[in-house]
Design a protein around this ligand. Structure first.
Ligand SMILES: Cc1ncc(C[n+]2csc(CCOP(=O)(O)OP(=O)(O)O)c2C)c(N)n1
Ligand SMILES: [Mg+2]
Length: 547
């Protein structure tokens, strides 16, 4: 006989969970107690947002569901942001939430929440476990759903008395979802489409990529001299040094790459949903049927989030593409010049215009391109600082970018915590802004508590610049709600126990970065930037003068 909480932890263990992120609540004490004797390492965060985002990042980095434990209504609703990101980003995640005892349900008991109702539209599935005996099946189902087809988040509610109840029940088995292999007929059609193409573009996006997918797709593109662009925040899917790699279809994308997508005659999407970011609001490709031939390989081409209508939809697990892609005989690439010029455009776009003020983010990114090891993990939240962090970064290995495709602020710091726990020996760099940082800064305490030497680069421009930029565009000169009076960030960061410095000149950055690494502690380097350069290509004053 085991208590429901113990049965639950046993199922997590046999499914290979090695880390769980939590904010404790009295609603799930039997689970916490079972973790006391478990090899699963429990990481206590300071806000459910941080715990959920860290679990999401774990899923993104490992391909196995990130486990997050939070309490009832207030905890669950604070964790919702991580569930939303896992949904939009196609990351496997399991959120385990407390619930009132079964007998109290439906009375709006204290902290009660109807999880199926509240999370129904943001999770892949949300339900409650009805008895201790049901726990193994429910956890198997949760892992299976999180990992199969398009990966995503599952919310499982745990009524308090179910966790305490004892049951004599057999454990489930480790879930390994069945792989779906693409078929021969589809291969034939793809071959025909490739044979007829002159300006093909491969676009890679989320949905169950693995390091093997990355190697296979890169080899396929290189063998056939195909240009490959990545969707927003999927920049680590292909080694950026490859002659085939041509850039990122993200927010503030390079105009030349945007034009290339619009002018391609064949778009071969591998994963991803060709959502509004890579298509710039569904404008670069005609909606819903593009003029170009559209081929989509996806674990679930019928997912409602895939709005375009492809000419050829191929259902396949992205981990299984290698042998299939290798059977496509290399065709004489009529697009050689097209690929070469796309690569030239990409390299040109790595060069930055000098920035106003004494700290130049383009220079700092150029330094980091050579300084960061190939396996360093980069994280971020949302804000204009990410435009520098993405445009001028170079990713060389799969699993090195943990950034929210959902565009959620506050993600970068908890994601860095997760990345450093998953990869204790790697360098982990978090890019954040003065707005973005404050949203999850309590997780600095988590980094200190667990001795995680992440490096946080905090770009301080004294405002929510992304919103200010849109505001000035639509309502020039009428600034409201976007200015920030900030705390003394280094003092705040030091109070948490981190190493921290303020950097006011570009030339001071390299040494400060080395001191941060040498400190062996979590560190926060505040970069004071001139608000005039609101984005790499945009000056604040342009909105007023119309220049
Ligand atoms: C959770 C969340 N809330 C609000 C937004 C809207 N938003 C996007 S970027 C941004 C400003 C970010 O400010 P900061 O971190 O200072 O970066 P900056 O744009 O100034 O570089 C805001 C408010 C968001 N994306 N996510
Ligand atoms: Mg800012």
């Amino acid at each position: 006989m085991r208590a429901g909480g113990r049965i639950l932890v046993d199922q997590l263990e046999l499914n290979g969970a090695d880390l769980a992120f939590c904010l404790p609540g009295e609603s799930y004490l039997p689970v916490l107690d079972a973790l006391y004797d478990s090899p699963i390492r429990l990481i206590t965060c300071r806000h459910e947002q941080g715990a959920a985002n860290a679990a999401e990042a774990y899923g993104k980095l490992t391909g196995r569901p990130g486990i997050c434990l939070v309490t009832r209504g207030p905890g669950a609703t604070q964790a919702a942001v991580g569930v939303h990101t896992a949904k939009q980003d196609s990351s496997p995640m399991i959120l385990l939430v407390g619930q009132v005892p079964r007998a109290f349900r439906g009375r709006e008991a204290w902290q009660e929440l109807d999880y199926a109702e509240a999370f129904g539209s943001i999770a892949k599935a949300a339900w409650e476990i009805e008895s201790a005996a049901d726990v193994p099946e429910a956890i198997s189902e949760a892992f299976s759903l999180a990992l199969s087809g398009r990966p995503g988040p599952i919310v499982l509610a745990l009524p308090e008395d179910v966790l305490a109840e004892e049951a004599d029940v057999v454990d489930g088995m480790r879930v390994e979802p069945a792989a779906v292999e693409p078929g021969a007929a589809e291969l034939e059609r793809l071959r025909e489409l490739l044979a007829g193409a002159e300006r093909p573009l491969v676009v890679v996006g989320e949905g169950g990529w693995t390091a093997q997918t990355s190697r296979d797709v890169q080899a396929f593109c290189e063998t056939n001299e195909l240009p490959v662009a990545c969707a927003f925040r999927c920049q680590d899917f292909v080694d950026n040094r490859s002659a085939s790699y041509v850039g990122v279809l993200g927010v503030a994308m390079d105009e030349r790459l945007a034009a290339r997508l619009a002018n391609a005659d064949l778009v071969f999407a591998i994963g991803g949903r060709l959502g509004d970011v890579p298509t710039r609001g569904y404008s670069l490709l005609d909606f819903p049927r593009p003029r170009q031939a559209l081929v989509l390989v996806h674990p679930d081409p019928d997912d409602p989030g895939i709005a375009y209508e492809p000419d050829l939809a191929i259902a396949a697990s992205l981990s299984e593409l290698g042998p299939w892609l290798r059977t496509i005989d290399p065709v004489e690439p009529r697009w050689r010049a097209w690929t070469e010029s796309a690569r030239v455009d990409y390299e040109a776009n790595l060069r930055h215009e000098p920035m106003e003020g004494d700290v130049d983010l383009g220079e700092i990114m150029a330094f980091l391109r050579t300084r960061l090891p190939d396996d360093a993990v980069q994280t971020c939240g949302a804000g204009n600082f990410t435009v520098w962090a993405h445009r001028f970064a170079e990713f060389r290995q799969f699993g090195t970018q943990a950034c929210p495709r959902s565009g959620s602020m506050g993600y970068g710091l908890p994601a860095a915590v997760a990345a450093q726990l998953v990869h204790p020996d790697r360098m982990v760099v978090c890019f954040t802004g003065d707005g973005d940082f404050v949203m999850s800064s309590p997780e600095l305490a988590t980094a200190v508590q667990y001795g995680l030497p992440i490096v946080v680069l905090l770009v301080n421009n004294g405002m929510y610049a992304t919103i200010r930029m849109h505001q000035e565009r639509q309502f020039p000169g009428r600034v409201i709600g976007t200015d920030l009076d900030n705390p003394d960030f280094p003092a705040l960061a030091r109070a948490y126990g981190t190493h921290s410095e303020r950097i006011a000149r570009t030339e001071d950055f390299a040494d400060a970065f080395e001191r941060a690494l040498a400190s062996g502690k979590p560190s926060v380097l505040e970069l004071i930037v001139d608000p005039e350069r609101i984005s790499p290509r945009v000056r604040l004053s342009e909105f007023r003068t119309g220049r």
